[in-house]
Design a binder for this molecule. Structure first.
Ligand SMILES: [Zn+2]
Length: 298
């Protein structure tokens, strides 16, 4: 039996300081958080917004099930963005409370942390989970490829339109986390499958912004994904529902409480070795040291 390659245990940077998630979650529904953004995003559309470090972002399925594709960037440098693959290595194929969304290289820090998840889906009888890191966004290119039809409101396009006002393009859109989306791998050949979204009206997830963020969402035109996106049966009308986005500022006493617990805005990983080229642009000479030799003298 193999063991996990990455272990997110207490004291590891892979998990928030103990007590922080609980302290933030306890402010829900109280006057210890103040609304700074509250919008309802229409079906089959995208929306971009900012959240500052220490603010809480809530996504709520107000009327019924709806899959939501989420992208995140550092607000100060959009080259830093969510890295789905590394996040999946850290925690697994589906995320929930206490787990963090990490950024790409050469940054590698938490961009946001799940502090609430009313779905709390776990694993079902098909070994499927919710809040999917296995897949990515739907897009018009694969739609054209598989259906020979142009369609402008897939998640990739919705995200592209959403971030255009922030100076970004479709090249900035990246692999998503699919909130409220249930997925898994076939037991025999591990092909990807999607199941109907289980979210009920009022279900929500909350993310604590770990740094200043630009976030963008797409309300998937597949809606609750009960209808296949491609192939047989895909001509039926998907069940689509709007999504509420809220951003909250935590009260000063909560901010100082979590600071005392050890929380602060995340910092980029401290590696500064420039990949062995620190002595010039020439390639290093000789045999490179083994991984076990972590001396900085090379
Ligand atoms: Zn989609």
């Amino acid at each position: 039996m193999p063991s996990p390659s990455y272990v997110a245990s207490v004291g590891s940077p892979l998990v928030p300081p103990p007590g922080v998630v609980e302290a933030v979650a306890a402010t829900a529904g109280t006057d210890r958080r103040e609304v700074v953004l509250d919008v309802v995003v229409p079906v089959r559309s995208g929306y971009a917004f900012t959240a500052s470090a220490g603010q809480v972002v809530r996504f709520t399925t107000v009327d019924g099930p709806q899959v939501v594709d989420l992208n995140l960037w550092s607000r100060t440098d959009p080259r830093e963005r969510f890295w789905a693959a590394r996040t999946r290595q850290f925690y697994g194929t589906h995320l929930t409370t206490g787990q963090r969304l990490w950024s790409n290289l050469p940054f590698l820090r938490p961009l946001a942390t799940f502090v609430a998840d009313t779905i709390a889906y776990g694993r079902d009888s098909d070994d499927a989970g919710c809040h999917d890191l296995l897949g990515t966004r739907c897009d018009p290119y694969v739609n054209q490829l598989l259906s020979d039809a142009p369609y402008d409101f897939h998640c990739h396009s919705n995200l592209t339109r959403a971030v255009a006002g922030h100076g970004l393009t479709e090249f900035d859109v990246h692999d998503v986390i699919n909130l409220f989306q249930v997925t898994g791998l076939m037991p025999d050949d591990k092909r990807y499958f999607m199941k109907t979204c289980p979210a009920q009206p009022g279900d929500h997830v909350e993310l604590l912004a770990e740094t200043d963020l630009l976030m963008a969402i797409s309300l998937c035109p597949g809606g609750d994904l009960a209808v296949p996106l491609w192939g047989e049966g895909s001509d039926a009308e998907p069940n689509c529902n709007p999504l509420r986005v809220q951003v909250f500022e935590l009260a000063a006493d909560v901010r100082s409480e979590i600071a005392q617990l050890g929380w602060g805005p995340s910092e980029r990983a401290k590696y500064a070795g420039v990949h062995g080229t620190r002595h010039g642009l020439a390639q290093p000479t000789g045999v490179p040291p083994s991984l076990a030799d972590r001396s900085t003298a090379h």
